[in-house]
Design a protein. Structure first.
Length: 399
C-alpha cells in the first residue's frame, strides 16, 4: 500500500525551519516561525506560568480524564477573559466553551460542527489569511471562498473592498473574521469599522466565526476583545476560536477553546451537546496540563496580575520593534515605503516585500520569512536590526 502513497511537499513554514537550521550564516535571522522571542532571541517560559506549574506539582492528585469539554475551571476563568467579567452574554448563559488542542484544534472543532449541522454553507475567508484556514476546511469538505482585505498594490487594508465583498455574500453563509492582530497582515479594523461589519452581518444574516488567537498582543486584553464582545452582544449566534499559545506562551501545551454563543440558554445546550460529540470523535479528551496552568493563573489575583504585566511587556516590545524597524530604514529612504509596519499590530507584518526580494534575502543574507513577505516582528532584536535593514535596503535597490 505505501508504495502508492504520494510524497507531498513540505509545509512552507516548516520547510523554512529546516532550511534555517541548516544555514551556516552566523548572522542568519528567522522571521518565519510564529513564536514570540525576547531580546536574547529566546521564547521564554513566563514567570506566571512557572509559578502556576510549581503550584500544580503540589496540588495535582490525579491524572484521570477531564471530559470532552475539558477542564471546567478553565472554562470558568477563560470565558470572562474573552467576554468581560460583566458580560450580558455570560449572564444570560448564552455561551458554551469546549477546550481544544490549541487554536488550531478549536478551528477543527468549528469546521466539524459546521459540516455536521450546516454542510451546505460556504465559509468566507479574508484574502490573505493564515494558510491553515484553507487546509482545515478542506479536510472536512466545507467549501470556502475569499473576500478582499488588503490592496496588493498599496499594501494597505482595503476596507471599502472588504465591505463590498461582505455585502455580496449569500444570506446565511459563514464569515471567518480575525478579531485582532490579523495573521498574516497585521492590519486590524477600528471599532467604527467593526460597527459597519456588524451591520452587514445583521443584514445578510451571516454567521461570524471569529479567530481570536492573539488576545493581548494588539492593543491590550480588553481592547483586543472589543470586536468579539460587540458581535456576541448584538448577534444571536457567534462562533469563536480562542488560543492561549501566544498570550500565555504555551505553544507546545496545545491549549485553546471553541466558544459558541447562541440566542438563548436552550440553544446553547443543544450546541454544547454537539460539541461534546465532535470532540469525542476527534480526540476524546483534550490534554489537561495547559488548561490547568491557565486556570491556576486566572484564579489567583497575584498570578493574574503578574501574567497581565507579562502580556503588556510582550506587546510593548513588539510595538517598539515595529517603530524601530521603520526608523532604522529611514537612512535608506525606505521609512515611507515600510511605514505600514508601524501601523500594524500583533506579531506578524505584511511587509510588502515581493517573493523575489524574499528569496534574495534568504539566499544572500540568511534572512528567512514566508515568500508572501510576511515576517514575524518578534523574530529580530535590537542587535541584528541594523543587519536586517541593510539587507532589506540592498534587495530594494537602496544602498
Amino acid at each position: 500500500m505505501f508504495t502508492q502513497v504520494e510524497l507531498l511537499p513540505a509545509d512552507p513554514i516548516l520547510g523554512l525551519i529546516e532550511a534555517f537550521n541548516q544555514d551556516t550564516n552566523p548572522s542568519k535571522i528567522d522571521l518565519g516561525v510564529g513564536v514570540y522571542r525576547d531580546a536574547l532571541g529566546n521564547t521564554p517560559i513566563l514567570k506566571s506560568v512557572r509559578e502556576a506549574e510549581a503550584l500544580l506539582l503540589t496540588r495535582e492528585t490525579t491524572k484521570k480524564y477531564i471530559g470532552s469539554h475539558g477542564d471546567p475551571l478553565f472554562a470558568k476563568h477563560l470565558l470572562p477573559l474573552v467576554f468581560g467579567a460583566d458580560s450580558s452574554v455570560l449572564e444570560a448563559k448564552r455561551a458554551t466553551l469546549t477546550q481544544a488542542p490549541g487554536g488550531t484544534g478549536a478551528l477543527r472543532l468549528a469546521a466539524d460542527f459546521l459540516k455536521r449541522n450546516s454542510p451546505n454553507k460556504t465559509v468566507w475567508i479574508s484574502n490573505p489569511t493564515w494558510p491553515n484556514h484553507y487546509a482545515i476546511f478542506d479536510s472536512v469538505g466545507i467549501q470556502h471562498k475569499s473576500y478582499a482585505y488588503v490592496d496588493s498594490e498599496t499594501n494597505r487594508l482595503d476596507f471599502p473592498a472588504m465591505l463590498t465583498d461582505l455585502k455580496q455574500i449569500p444570506q446565511g453563509d459563514v464569515v471567518l473574521l480575525h478579531a485582532c492582530c490579523h495573521n498574516p497582515t497585521g492590519f486590524d479594523l477600528s471599532l467604527a469599522q467593526w460597527q459597519e461589519v456588524l451591520a452587514v452581518l445583521q443584514e445578510r444574516e451571516l454567521l461570524p466565526l471569529i479567530d481570536f488567537a492573539y488576545q493581548g498582543f494588539g492593543e491590550g486584553l480588553d481592547k483586543d476583545a472589543a470586536a468579539v464582545r460587540l458581535l456576541s452582544e448584538q448577534l444571536a449566534e457567534v462562533m469563536i476560536t480562542s488560543s492561549c499559545s501566544k498570550n500565555f506562551g504555551l505553544y507546545r501545551e496545545r491549549i485553546g477553546a471553541f466558544i459558541a454563543v447562541a440566542k438563548d440558554a436552550t440553544d446553547m445546550e443543544k450546541v454544547r451537546s454537539q460539541m461534546a460529540s465532535v470532540a469525542r470523535a476527534n480526540y476524546s479528551n483534550p490534554p489537561a496540563h495547559g488548561s490547568a496552568i491557565v486556570a491556576t493563573i486566572l484564579a489567583s489575583s497575584d498570578l493574574d496580575n503578574l501574567w497581565r504585566s507579562e502580556v503588556d511587556e510582550m506587546r510593548n516590545r513588539i510595538n517598539t520593534l515595529r517603530q524601530q524597524f521603520v526608523a532604522a530604514l529611514a537612512p535608506y529612504g525606505l521609512a515611507e515605503k515600510f511605514a505600514c509596519v508601524a501601523e500594524q499590530r500583533g506579531m506578524f507584518s505584511y511587509s510588502g516585500l515581493k517573493p523575489n526580494e524574499v528569496a534574495q534575502l534568504q539566499k544572500d543574507f540568511g534572512i528567512y520569512m514566508v515568500k508572501t513577505g510576511r515576517m514575524n516582528i518578534a523574530g529580530y532584536n535590537e542587535q541584528n536590526l541594523p543587519y536586517l535593514c541593510e539587507a532589506i535596503a540592498s534587495v530594494c535597490g537602496k544602498k
